[in-house]
Ligand binder design. Structure first.
Ligand code: MN
Ligand code: MN
Length: 315
């Protein structure tokens, strides 16, 4: 029997990480790789659970430690976002749409990274390149993941390839725009019901910059004032997280999906660096019109801000 290879996305998994893993594992199986199975690196969020339930797809196995595993990674290529002990895993492939990270497997691997709106777009393309039609459930996984990552194709990360892939998957999946609106409603509605810790951590990633490690959470809301009444409570939670994780800063990106803008709430040290790279903070907040994407818009700004350009030579 062939040994098991797990396809797995990032920690704090989102719909793209979970559904791309499921659909890619199934494609590999249909291509004759019987030992390939989907996995997840954490608990499912409300939206992802809804999508899996709708299409009758079982929840993938949870992996908590990568030690000794044969892995195909989807939707990440940074150590800080990968399973614990990722350096002790055997990474066979990476399918990705984020910045180049710091995972460097020692041997040659398949590494496909492309600036599209969702990893699912790249997985969908692989189905068609191999002339394999996705089942209804797999088309549903891919379509939901594209909708989720691109905020129903509204995010500036959305490429023509995402639009084409979504249009091809829609009839196969048998769902329409009302399904994507329901997904978005689940994401934005649950904001009021979640604790401050859940709000920050649900879609949370850590990034290693030259000046230090920074945590960036993102919350999508229908109305930018939705979290204003809970500001004190959320800021306290951000401070707690920063201290317990030894981070330079914690940033919460509150994205208004109607207005297509984000407020960034920032706590921590070296706010001068943040302001130099991103812009002036007013009471710890900066509003970025037109900004909806952490990977494409916020992280590149932070990369500049925290590049330590003024560091003395020879250091
Ligand atoms: Mn993701
Ligand atoms: Mn993604």
């Amino acid at each position: 029997m062939a040994s098991t290879v797990y396809v797995v996305g990032h920690r704090n998994p989102d719909t793209d990480s979970v559904c791309s893993a499921i659909a890619y594992a199934e494609l590999k199986q249909r291509l004759g790789h019987a030992g390939v199975r989907p996995a997840r690196a954490g608990e499912l969020n409300t939206e992802t659970a809804f999508v899996l339930r709708h299409f009758g797809v079982p929840v993938p196995e949870l992996i908590e430690d990568a030690t000794g595993c044969d892995l195909i990674l989807v939707d990440h290529n940074e150590r800080a976002q990968a399973l614990p002990h990722i350096e002790r895993a055997n990474i066979l492939e990476i399918w990705e749409h984020h910045r180049l990270g710091d995972l460097r497997p020692p041997a040659p691997i398949v590494f496909h990274c492309e600036p599209v709106g969702a990893t699912a777009t790249l997985i969908g393309e692989q189905y068609f390149l191999h002339s394999i039609e996705p089942s209804r459930a797999m088309a549903g996984m891919l379509l939901a993941a594209i909708w989720s990552d691109t905020v129903n194709l509204r995010s500036p990360t959305t490429s023509d390839k995402d639009r084409r892939m979504a249009a091809r998957m829609e009839p196969l999946a048998g769902v329409d725009a009302s399904f994507s609106e329901e997904m978005l409603r689940l994401r934005t509605d649950s904001v009021e019901k979640r604790s401050a810790a859940e709000l920050i951590q649900e879609d949370y990633k850590e990034f290693e910059f030259e000046a230090g490690r920074v945590g960036v959470g993102q919350v999508e809301v229908m109305d930018s004032d939705a979290l204003a009444p809970r500001r004190q409570e959320i800021l306290e939670q951000m401070h707690t997280l920063r201290e317990s994780s030894g981070l330079m800063q914690v940033i919460l990106m509150i994205t208004d999906v109607q207005a297509g803008a984000s407020d960034l709430w920032v706590v921590g040290d070296r706010l001068d660096l943040f302001e130099r790279g991103v812009g002036p903070l007013h009471d710890g907040v900066i509003r970025l019109p037109g900004c909806m994407s952490r990977k494409k818009q916020v992280v590149p700004l932070l990369e500049q801000a925290f590049a330590m350009v003024d560091a003395p030579a020879g250091r």
